[in-house]
Ligand binder design. Structure first.
Ligand SMILES: *Cc1c(COP(=O)(O)O)cnc(C)c1O
Length: 352
């Protein structure tokens, strides 16, 4: 069935192993972050074979899909109070920054006869989630009194909203806060989780603070690219995930529409470059599934012209291939296209 996203689980496992081994060399365990591919279980399993110690996702619905896989599950997005029951049920650990939510999680944990682990998030400048450093002490004091809850660790998220790059300063601050908490409250924080794929470069640089013992890795595993500077990671694949779409029309036509140009299907007024007659192909996939700007054809002779809700238009004049109706074209993906394609119910997800 087409269109489909193919997942090369061997490549994914390989990528995971490279990242997990590099981190293990610095005493760091990793969470495999599954949200960019909606936690397709076959892909999550490849991450486990590659060496992740946890599976982590922003959405409880995705954690439900992997509930039977034998590693700890982590909820990355701050829990909604209204979903406390499912959070406690499907996540062993959740990242938190609101006392009132943690209280509800505690009540729910008691109800389910469990202890729920929380990682307290600090905001060290990126201005997404977390307590400001000055407010961490009073938060910890309250959390330690909440029944059903274990303060499992301390964390930070960077390079997400504000684009702040992790360094020895902000991660050093995370470790200082952790050390201070452990001393002041006489507790052991099992997990100091120092960010996402953007923290990886610090390992090579040799400036990852020692106390960081966990990283939450998504994009770097899935696309083989770190996210502080966008560098490819040596030895990893960038094409473990691909889109395959089927051609439904091939015709030689003009490159500029004929007639008065009004609005396109999305209310924009399009402009066209006149390239004379070209060979045009239409593939059956559209904006409802993916933004065409986030696709890269594997055949360099294919130029993406644009798309409407259900049709992807391509100029195939420069291709060496003699495409016919029914042929399959393949595309490499970026984070945005992987996310939207795997979210679309019209796209098959196939593990190979
Ligand atoms: C998405 C997310 C990650 C993973 O980010 P990548 O850049 O894909 O590695 C880590 N932590 C949190 C809290 C997240 O929301």
């Amino acid at each position: 069935m087409y269109p489909r996203v193919t997942i090369d689980t061997k490549k994914l496992e390989h990528n995971t192993k490279i990242i997990a081994d590099a981190c293990a060399g610095h005493g760091i365990e990793i969470m495999g972050v599954t949200k960019s591919f909606c936690a397709v279980p076959g892909a999550a399993e490849a991450m486990i074979r590659g060496g992740v110690k946890f599976l982590a996702d922003s959405r409880v619905k995705n954690l439900m899909k992997v509930k039977d896989l034998d590693v700890k599950k982590v909820l990355l997005r701050l829990p909604m109070k209204s979903q406390a029951e499912d959070v406690v049920k499907y996540a062993d650990i959740s990242l938190n920054s609101e006392i009132e939510t943690i209280e509800v999680l505690g009540q729910e944990a008691i109800k389910q006869g469990k202890t729920h682990n929380i990682v307290l998030m600090t905001d060290l400048g990126d201005l997404r989630e977390g307590f400001l450093p000055k407010d961490v002490d009073s938060a910890v004091e309250k959390i330690l009194k909440i029944e059903g809850i274990k303060l499992y660790g301390l964390g930070v998220n960077l390079t997400c909203y504000g684009g702040v790059v992790p360094d020895d300063k902000n991660l050093g601050q995370l470790c200082d806060i952790a050390g201070h908490i452990e001393k002041k409250f006489d507790v052991k924080l099992e997990m100091i989780t120092g960010g996402n794929s953007s923290s990886f470069y610090l390992l090579d640089k040799g400036t990852m603070p020692d106390k960081v013992n966990n990283l939450r890795m998504g994009e770097i595993i899935v696309l083989g690219r770190e996210t502080a500077y966008g560098d490819a990671i040596e030895g990893t694949y960038d094409d473990a995930f691909k889109l395959q779409a089927e051609i439904v029309e091939v015709k030689t036509k003009g490159s500029v529409p004929i007639g008065e140009i009004g609005m396109d299907a999305f209310g924009n007024t399009p402009t066209f470059e006149d390239k004379g007659m070209i060979v045009r192909a239409i593939a059956a996939v559209g904006r409802q599934d993916v933004d065409p700007d986030n696709l890269t054809p594997l055949d360099e002779g294919i130029e993406i012209l644009g798309s409407s809700s259900d049709h992807l238009l391509m100029n195939i004049s420069a291709s060496k291939m003699d495409y016919k109706v029914g042929d399959i074209v393949e595309f490499k993906l970026d984070y945005g296209s992987l996310l939207s394609l795997t979210t679309s119910e019209y796209i098959e997800k196939v593990c190979e």
